[in-house]
Write a protein that binds this ligand. Structure first.
Ligand code: UT7
Length: 331
């Protein structure tokens, strides 16, 4: 049995935050943001809307499209760096409760923007070892809760949202989650970091006054490393599977910055119509970015059953990874 990407779903909060809105908050401009990032808009969750609420809405849609009954789901993996609770319960358990799913293995993983690809890798391993049959994987983030809206170098980048997929079984290798590669290098741990609020620097007045509970990023250094690492990673997974960029129907990279995607796409010779782009609409939604992009392409009628997707991601940790996946959702 192979792992099969059986369905996709996503949820986008209703409140948008445009570049023009951000011009009123920090010293920036619509023109600078568009030119340097390609971002025009992002969506922000309501104050009483949490990561589990968004993950639940995306999961409901993915389950409905999968043909799998809720009581057949035997594992739930939620990738997030913005869990509802600091330590416990996991967001996956909260989502399981909202879905009415009992007895499934449920846990969160933290791999920042690479979280969805990491979760997909775990699901593939669970299924192909015979341990589980139907796994719900979710990437959900309320990044607006950890973004410092006084820091123009980060607050223009991030948005909220969620995406989910049901991973089941197939006997056909070509219809499966064909290959995944995930990596990390903790030597770059300070490139993307929320320094305060964990056990090293517990929440205190000092942490709050210094804004250490917010996300910090070495943007320029991260940018350069992202382009090189993503290019190498994709080259490797294509070569390992005797494929070229021409064999891929859709290249679906993490949506951090249009310039990163464009540079990687050019180096790898992907024709522009094969490159999935949602960064202008949603900004960077970390673990939710890839499943939200897959869902967009599916709902716009472009992504069809049998299409070969190449997922590619990079994020805090640092972590990165790529995956060759056949989209196997029935119409
Ligand atoms: O998802 C996880 C992975 N994350 C990423 O991959 C993000 C990677 N990094 C990036 O996307 C880009 O580095 C940024 C968009 C964050 C920044 O773009 P950049 O072209 O690397 O700009 P920079 O940091 O080199 O800054 C250039 C200038 C600076 O001014 P000076 O020193 O040249 O006078 C900044 O102060 O732009 C200034 N600047 C801004 N100006 C207007 C920085 N942020 C802003 C802003 N509005 N929001």
């Amino acid at each position: 049995m192979y792992a099969s990407f059986k369905s996709i779903g996503a949820y986008v909060p209703s409140k948008s935050l445009t570049n023009k809105d951000l011009e009123k908050i920090v010293d920036t401009s619509d023109e600078w943001i568009k030119q340097r990032t390609g971002i025009e808009n992002r969506y922000i969750a309501a104050s009483d809307e949490f990561t589990s609420d968004m993950g639940y809405r995306a999961a409901e849609l993915a389950i409905a499209r999968s043909g799998v009954e809720r009581d057949e789901i035997d594992a739930i993996i939620c990738a997030t760096i913005t869990p509802d609770y600091f330590c416990m319960p996991s967001t996956a358990c909260v989502i399981a409760d909202k879905l009415g799913i009992k007895n499934a293995t449920a846990f969160d993983i933290s791999a920042a923007c690479s979280g969805f690809v990491y979760a997909l890798n775990i699901a593939k391993a669970f299924i192909e070892s015979g341990l589980k049959q139907n796994i719900l994987i979710i990437g959900a983030e309320k990044l607006s809760a950890i973004v410092d809206y006084t820091d123009r170098t980060t607050c223009i980048l991030f948005g909220d949202g969620a995406g989910a997929a049901v991973i089941g079984t197939t006997e056909e290798k070509e219809a499966s989650v064909i290959d995944i590669h995930t990596s990390s290098d903790g030597a770059f741990q300070d490139f993307l970091i929320t320094p305060g609020g964990g056990v090293k620097h517990p929440c205190s007045q000092d942490v709050i006054d210094q804004h250490l509970n917010y996300l910090k990023m070495k943007g320029n250094e991260t940018f350069k490393l992202a382009v090189n690492t993503l290019t190498k990673d994709v080259t490797r997974i294509l070569a390992k599977n005797n494929l070229t960029s021409e064999d891929i129907d859709y290249f679906i990279p993490h949506q951090a910055n249009f310039r990163i995607i464009d540079a990687v796409g050019r180096k790898l010779k992907f024709s522009p119509e094969k490159i999935v782009l949602t960064v202008a609409k949603y900004g960077n939604t970390s673990a939710a970015s890839i499943p939200m992009a897959i869902n967009d392409w599916y709902e716009s009628g472009k992504l069809k059953r049998g299409d070969l997707m190449l997922l590619d991601t990079f994020g805090g940790g640092l972590t990165w990874g790529s995956a060759l996946v056949c989209f196997n959702q029935k119409d």
